[in-house]
Design a protein around this ligand. Structure first.
Ligand code: GSH
Length: 218
């Protein structure tokens, strides 16, 4: 089986897919698309991903986009270890937790939104940083309320990490980018600590990617 991922070190959606692949033990090659410099808009990449975002996942030449679709596909081609529970209500809960990030919180802070704030609305770096902090904090606060209703044990759905945890940990990665204080979100912080104690999560963190190391060196 050949797996190629177009991703980027700073991409939280790429982080989600990286963790899933590593937990499954599936080897993959990651090709970086620099979404900060605008590489996603080049015609070569647009032909691969018409939405002009990362990640794109290529399995034996077949292309899939959207991290949630990719992760569900991985569970279908290789069911163990399971990333989504089999039981229907649990499965719906896992998807609900995941979509809170994928559909609601994360899209507000991606480069195309930050760039539009700057170019169309004249927002400066300080305003854009405030915007990012506000929406990332809102996402963390929502997860904190959700996790108070069902205490992680230690992961969102129980003893094993899965889709919901990739998304919650990704929201915490956003907090790491912005150097946000986590003390107001103790349940989220505990869950993230359990996640990042696992090599699949720790080695997928943006700060552990070669692209980050190159970016800070310059
Ligand atoms: N919902 C998509 C999100 C894709 C997305 O927005 N990716 C970001 C990086 S995390 C991106 O490529 N942004 C490029 C841009 O905003 O121009 C997923 O989960 O795959």
């Amino acid at each position: 089986m050949s797996i190629q991922v177009y991703g980027f070190w700073r991409s939280i959606a790429s982080f989600r897919v990286r963790v899933a692949l590593k937990l499954k033990g599936l080897p993959f090659d990651e090709t970086p698309i620099d979404i900060l410099s605008g590489e996603q808009f080049k015609p070569g990449y647009e032909a691969i991903n018409a939405e002009r975002v990362v990640p794109t996942f290529i399995h034996d030449g077949h292309s899939i986009f959207q991290s949630l679709a990719i992760i569900e596909y991985l569970d279908e081609i290789q069911p163990e270890p399971r990333l989504l529970p089999r039981e229907l209500k649990e499965r719906a809960y896992a998807r609900s937790l995941a979509l809170m990030t994928v559909a609601d919180a994360h899209p507000l802070v991606v480069p195309r939104v930050r760039n539009h704030l700057a170019k169309a609305l004249g927002a400066d770096a300080k305003v854009i940083a405030e915007w990012g902090k506000h929406w990332t904090t809102e996402g963390l606060a929502t997860y904190e309320r959700l996790l108070a209703q069902r205490i992680p044990a230690p992961f969102a759905l129980g003893a094993e990490p899965g889709l919901a945890d990739f998304c919650i940990a990704g929201q915490v990665v956003g907090a790491h980018f912005l150097k946000l204080e986590m003390s107001a979100f103790p349940a989220v912080a505990r869950l993230a600590d359990s996640c990042f104690a696992i090599p699949a999560f720790a080695t997928s963190h943006p700060f552990e990617q070669p692209g980050f190391k190159t970016a800070v060196a310059h």
